[in-house]
Structures are given as structure tokens and as C-alpha cells.
Design a protein around this ligand. Structure first.
Ligand SMILES: CC(C)(COP(=O)(O)OP(=O)(O)OC[C@H]1O[C@@H](n2cnc3c(N)ncnc32)[C@H](O)[C@@H]1OP(=O)(O)O)[C@@H](O)C(=O)NCCC(=O)NCCS
Length: 202
């Protein structure tokens, strides 16, 4: 595979990022509305499930102008663009889909803890996995966090997501808390979430 370049998101990346999220989280999105991958990408753009604007911590892994991975980091006092749910667009996909999209907003806290960099999203294109891109994105994120003087690096993961769990354990994250949520189970079929963390910086 050609060299991987990690860089900030820009507006021209939107459709590729939406496609990557649509295929990487296919099962999750299918629980909201059943659509093929190309239509799902349009859906998540239309309703505001993918952030269309750049901000610090919105990071892309690219190879030969093709987007191979995406990561979104959150930290306190970050200049961040939030993805507002577009209710009128969502309603075109029906009331159950709209209710689920609203409920998704309540799954995780918007604000990361004090002195913390939180990995809010991480996905690598299916045909580019197991080549070190996930690891490279996490290492890049850690470097950004250390440069900002942050002390903790955290994330949530579905306890049954084997590839992600192995990646996080291998890159130094430790299990801090097991969380159960009726909302997460209903929305995503997730029985248990792991909250993981590692200390970073000096
Ligand atoms: C989880 C995810 C981000 C991992 O990304 P990835 O790019 O495949 O991660 P890496 O390539 O760095 O590591 C994956 C495996 O490939 C191995 N690997 C890395 N480079 C390799 C190479 N050059 N040759 C062979 N194997 C390699 C790693 O050792 C690791 O093995 P392990 O699973 O036994 O630990 C990816 O599977 C994904 O997008 N999944 C769907 C979305 C998702 O679940 N996101 C996480 C939500 S919390």
C-alpha cells in the first residue's frame, strides 16, 4: 500500500468520510434506517450525522488521495463544530428513524473530562484494515494530546468489538469501567460498553 498521510479534515472530504462511516458502522446505521451503503452516506450527510466542517482534532488518514481512515478527538475548550441534527431531513426517513437519531445524541457525554483527550470516532476502510492505519491514527492523536498538555487519553468501545478492543489494548488503553445502558442496547444492540483510558504526557 502507498504511504499513509495523516492530515486535518477539509470540506472536500465529506462524501468519502460519510461513505467510510456508512460502511464501517453499517449494522448500527441499519438499526436506524435500512439503506444501501451509497444511500446511507447521503442519509448521514443529510441528517447531520457526519460533521461537514474542519476543526482541530478531526483527522483523516489518506493514501493516494483516497481516504482510508477517520478519527475525531475531543478535548476541553476545543474549537469544535457540532453536527446539529437536521430534524426536517430526518423526518423524511420516518418518525422511528428520527427518534433514534435524537436518542443517539444522548448516548455519550459531549464533553470530555478535565485534561482529557477523548477518541470520539475511529474507523478504517474495510479493505485497508490490518495494515497499521488504526494504530497510526491513535498514535497521531496521542501526540496531538501530549502537545496540548493533556494527561489522559480515553474512549468507549463495545465489549464485543474484538478488533477494536485488541487495537486499544495493544496501544496502551486499560479498562476503567464497564457500562451498561438501556439506550445503547435498544439503539445499537450493545450489551456492555468499556470505558478505557491511558495516562499520557510526563
Ligand atoms: C478497529 C479498527 C479501527 C482497526 O483499524 P486497523 O487499521 O485495522 O488497525 P491496525 O491495522 O492498526 O491493527 C489491526 C490488526 O492488524 C495488525 N497489523 C497492523 N499492521 C499490520 C501489517 N502491516 N501486516 C499484518 N498485520 C498488521 C495489528 O497487529 C492488529 O492485529 P490484532 O488485531 O491481532 O491486534 C477497524 O477494524 C475499524 O474501522 N472497525 C470498524 C469501526 C470500529 O469498530 N471502530 C472502533 C469503534 S470504538
Amino acid at each position: 500500500m502507498a504511504k499513509i498521510n495523516i492530515r486535518d479534515f477539509n470540506n472536500d472530504d465529506l462524501y468519502q468520510v460519510a461513505s467510510l462511516f456508512a460502511s464501517s458502522f453499517r449494522e448500527d446505521f441499519n438499526r436506524i434506517v435500512k439503506l444501501p451503503d451509497n444511500k446511507m452516506a447521503e442519509f448521514i450527510i443529510e441528517v447531520g450525522e457526519v460533521i461537514p466542517f474542519p476543526f482541530p482534532g478531526y483527522v483523516i488518514a489518506e493514501s493516494d488521495s483516497e481516504i482510508m481512515g477517520v478519527m475525531i478527538l475531543r478535548w476541553p475548550k476545543q474549537e469544535v463544530h457540532k453536527n446539529k441534527l437536521r430534524l426536517s431531513k430526518a423526518l423524511q426517513y420516518g418518525l422511528p428513524a428520527t427518534i433514534k437519531l435524537i436518542a443517539m445524541r444522548y448516548l455519550f457525554p459531549e464533553r470530555p473530562g478535565r485534561e482529557t483527550c477523548h477518541v470520539a470516532e475511529l474507523a478504517v476502510k474495510e479493505n485497508a484494515r490490518k495494515k497499521g492505519i488504526g494504530t497510526a491514527l491513535l498514535e497521531y492523536g496521542k501526540m496531538v494530546a501530549i502537545e496540548k498538555g493533556l494527561k489522559k487519553y480515553t474512549l468507549h468501545v463495545d465489549a464485543e468489538n474484538g478488533p477494536a478492543l485488541r487495537l486499544y489494548q495493544r496501544t496502551g488503553f486499560e479498562l476503567i469501567k464497564k457500562r451498561k445502558s438501556v439506550l445503547a442496547r435498544w439503539l445499537l444492540g450493545v450489551k456492555v460498553w468499556y470505558f478505557m483510558s491511558q495516562d499520557i504526557g510526563a
